[in-house]
Write a protein that binds this ligand. Structure first.
Ligand code: UD1
Length: 445
């Protein structure tokens, strides 16, 4: 059973594509300054993994500061499909995984790549997992080979057939694992599996994202023994006895905060964002300063202010602590307004420039050659009807809509709602002219 915090209710991704005709849209009248304070929600990419980690114990788990977003609702569906009991009460999520079975519900899994994260905990706890090959954002090939290779190194026997992954392990055994690349999801999956394996596991070339530290802290609060998260070597001593329940508050979402900061920079005005952990956002804040935005930090508050006049940038997405790929689309949208030519290189995903076609429809001058986008600013963006293709592409269209003259109508809100808790409501509260239109009211052209 779930209950959200207010009027906002996320649109859910449908399996097998979506029909936009009956879906809500977002309407934005751009070129307004933003002023005021916005509360930053809990981190999507941490919460989803902590939800998976809750499967490691039969005891009740409480996760606080949970954002009310589509991906959380979907992950609840995954956990409930496995037999766990979940209740979302405002921003507090209760999970009790007393009796589980190993087969994850196909539809919920297909909607979201993060559902692969239940593999490690289920193999560790039940010795078996059956899961459909996961879905997720359309941003290029996103294999799970590193997850599977790592689980095999821990002793699991894994079979991939008919679109399903079937894993079995009498008892996982600690191992030395060297990841070919620092995959966030593989690092987390292996940490969770290793937490209940026999002996010690060492993960080398591990991802260093702040969300990995959250997984470590969560497991340790359950009685696990993990150290090294935040560095490229993580050591996990498997715990023989059962892990216990936990009451845990999630860190703020650095990507939501970054997105809102970009909105403030492109619109001009004076916006404060809190809570943020500024170390998690240093490179984004530094790039906004380089672009000419005013940025101040006061404890857990980030202030972004200025007149919306911006300079061009060179950006290259990298694993943490580099520039996050999840901020690349929003920044490309922002740079269409900069006074000069920006170069943006995407190194993490093979096909993460889908937002560019839609930005061009709004008048942006951007060329893409492989993984490099050249953004020639300043463009006079004009409002248009556009369609979001994935989560951060949707956020980029919001940024562009705020910067454009006239009305922008964004379709594909199920992508935006996967990862942002009432983004339109938060922006409207600081002066943006932005409304969600439900289909019956859809008087947009
Ligand atoms: C997580 C984030 C996502 C972010 C990404 C990179 C969640 C729910 N999602 O995704 O928002 O964009 O980190 O910061 O936390 N790869 C392989 N084989 C694998 C796994 C990954 O080749 O087995 C490749 C991927 O295709 C991708 C790159 O590694 O090109 C990075 O992926 P990864 O770090 O695993 O991202 P996710 O955990 O899926």
């Amino acid at each position: 059973m779930t209950a959200g915090p207010g009027a906002f209710s996320p649109v859910r991704v449908q399996c097998g594509g979506h029909g936009t005709a009956a879906m809500p849209t977002l309407s934005i009248e751009g070129r307004r300054q933003l002023r005021g304070h916005i509360r930053v929600s809990g981190a999507k990419n941490a919460v989803l993994k902590l939800m998976a980690a809750s499967l490691l114990t039969r005891e009740p788990c409480v996760i606080r500061n949970v954002p009310y977003i589509g991906d959380v609702l979907n992950m609840i569906e995954v956990l409930e499909g496995l037999g766990a009991r979940c209740q979302l009460d405002g921003d507090v999520l209760y999970i009790e995984a007393r009796d589980l079975h190993p087969e994850a519900p196909r539809d919920a899994v297909r909607r979201m790549r993060a559902s692969i994260q239940v593999m490690g905990p289920l193999l560790g706890r039940l010795g078996e997992v059956k899961i459909a090959q996961p879905g997720g954002c359309a941003i290029g090939a996103r294999p799970v080979d590193l997850h599977l290779a790592g689980l095999r190194a821990l002793g699991a026997v894994i079979d991939e057939r008919h679109g399903y992954i079937h894993g079995r392990a009498a008892k996982l055994q600690g191992a030395e694992i060297h990841l070919d690349l620092p995959s966030v999801g593989a690092t987390e999956n292996l940490m969770m599996a290793a937490a209940v394996a026999d002996g010690e596991t060492v993960i080398r070339n591990a991802a260093r994202e702040p969300e990995i530290i959250e997984v470590q802290n969560f497991i340790n609060c359950m009685g696990g023994r993990v150290r090294g998260a935040g560095t490229d070597t993580i050591r996990i001593r498997g715990v023989a006895g059962p892990l216990g329940g936990v009451d845990y508050t999630v860190i703020p979402d650095r990507i939501e905060a970054g997105t809102l900061a970009v909105c403030a920079a492109v619109c001009g005005g004076d916006v404060t964002l809190s809570p943020v952990i500024i170390e998690h956002m240093e490179i984004v804040a530094a790039k906004l300063v380089e672009a000419g935005a005013g940025v101040e930090v006061n404890g857990e508050t980030l202030r972004v202010f200025g007149d919306g006049v911006l300079k061009p940038l060179h950006i290259r997405s990298q694993p943490y602590p580099g520039f996050p790929t999840d901020m690349q689309p929003q920044v490309v949208a922002m740079l269409t307004r900069a006074l000069g030519t920006s170069i943006v290189t995407e190194t993490i995903y093979s096909s993460r420039f889908k937002h560019v076609d839609e930005l061009r429809r709004m008048g942006a001058d951007i060329t893409v050659d492989g993984r490099v986008a050249v953004v020639r600013g300043p463009c006079r963006l004009s409002g248009a009807r556009v369609e979001a293709s994935d989560l951060r592409a949707a956020a980029a269209l919001v940024v562009a809509g705020l910067a454009a003259e006239g009305e922008t109508v964004i379709e594909g809100l199920e992508h935006l709602d996967r990862g942002y808790e009432d983004l339109a409501g938060k922006l409207a509260a600081v002066g943006a002219k932005i409304v969600r239109r439900v289909p019956t009211e859809a008087a947009v052209p």
